[in-house]
Design a protein around this ligand. Structure first.
Ligand code: HEC
Length: 119
């Protein structure tokens, strides 16, 4: 066998291997990606539930000094967007001594949005 033949054979076996393996690799990658996306989605859902639970707790601890939940559902409630809700929660928070980081404030916004406003 000449050197040239060996090279050709190597090339053919390489091509066979690649064409045989490629679909399997793509498939494997695809299912790994889907799996990963599903896990990520589940994790996001879980962390959203944790955020909302945290928001509910903080709200309970700091937000009943001046009004009840009725302000959120009264007929002429003035908060009409997520942005307005976020601003109002910050305003009200500044009138309490709630020692909140932005995460806590945001968690309360998420909680109020999920339970009452539904923007
Ligand atoms: C110092 C008193 C005070 C505290 C404490 C307070 N609020 Fe308020 N809040 C108000 C007042 C006053 C209004 C306006 C009520 C009105 O217009 O009759 C209001 C209104 C709101 C609204 C808008 C309701 C609507 O009409 O859509 C939201 C949302 C709100 N508060 C969230 C909170 C949150 C969250 C907390 C806890 C950080 C909180 N408030 C604590 C005084 C307070």
């Amino acid at each position: 066998m000449s050197f040239h033949h060996i090279k050709t054979l190597t090339l053919i076996s390489y091509l066979l291997a690649v064409s045989g393996l490629l679909p399997a690799t793509v498939y494997a990658n695809h299912s790994v990606t889907t799996d990963h996306a599903e896990k990520q989605l589940a994790a996001n859902k879980q962390s959203m539930q944790q955020i909302i639970a945290h928001g509910e707790q903080e709200h309970k601890n700091h937000c009943y000094k001046c009004h009840t939940d009725k302000v959120y559902t009264r007929k002429n409630h003035f908060v009409r967007s997520l942005d307005a809700l976020s601003k109002q929660v910050k305003r009200c928070k500044n009138n309490t001594n709630a020692p909140w980081f932005d995460e806590d404030t945001n968690a309360v916004v998420e909680f109020l949005n999920q339970k009452y406003y539904k923007f």
